[in-house]
Design a protein around this ligand. Structure first.
Ligand SMILES: Cc1cc2nc3c(=O)[nH]c(=O)nc-3n(C[C@H](O)[C@H](O)[C@H](O)COP(=O)(O)O)c2cc1C
Length: 174
């Protein structure tokens, strides 16, 4: 079973990016499970002076992320960059010795949000992550897509998402 850990770059309750990951959960191909990590907003601010073992939620996040076969990231753009709360989570991973090279697929919910996607690619490749480009897709969402059911009901978007997940599964099997 392929174990995919999904990370949303948005803490917003009605987040389009989180809805996109929930839709991806429903579309996971046979042999793949997708878990959305819910605790990113509760992580303390990263500081290299801090010992991650002093924070049970940081430890849990680092262990869970290290266990996963791959990450699936959907992240919005804030002020032409990566939202601070999400960069904070990535910084905790940077400081984790057990977190080696890992495959990652990027879902982009906005065709406009090119700067954040470029920044994410730079950060992730600096972290020695391998971005699976054929599994990384832009699926432009509108406000009406705030509900995962609405994303699944959009045949074109659902097909692109399902295809990206199949491609990720193939990349992991290779
Ligand atoms: C503080 C803030 C800054 C934003 N800056 C940008 C931006 O620079 N470029 C852009 O395309 N969208 C920007 N947006 C729009 C968000 O990316 C958009 O609302 C997105 O849907 C938020 O993701 P979410 O729905 O998953 O919370 C910004 C939104 C907020 C709240």
């Amino acid at each position: 079973m392929l174990d995919i850990l999904a990370l949303s770059g948005s803490l917003r309750a009605a987040s389009l990016n989180t809805a996109l990951l929930r839709a991806a959960q429903a579309l996971a191909p046979a042999g793949m499970t997708i878990e959305i990590y819910e605790g990113l907003g509760a992580l303390p601010l990263f500081n290299p002076d801090l010992d991650p073992r002093a924070f049970p939620n940081v430890t849990a996040f680092l262990i869970r992320a290290a266990q996963a076969d791959a990450l699936l990231i959907a992240c919005p753009e804030y002020a032409r960059g990566i939202p601070g709360a999400f960069k904070n989570a990535l910084d905790w991973l940077v400081g984790c010795e057990d977190f080696g090279a890992k495959k990652v697929a990027l879902l982009n919910a906005s065709a406009r949000a090119t700067a954040a996607q470029d920044a994410l690619r730079l950060v992730l490749t600096t972290m020695a992550m391998e971005i699976v480009e054929p599994a990384s897709v832009t699926v432009p969402l509108a406000g009406a897509h705030g509900d995962p059911a609405a994303i699944l009901a959009d045949a074109e978007i659902a097909a692109r998402l399902a295809s990206a997940l199949e491609t990720l599964a193939e990349a992991l099997a290779a």
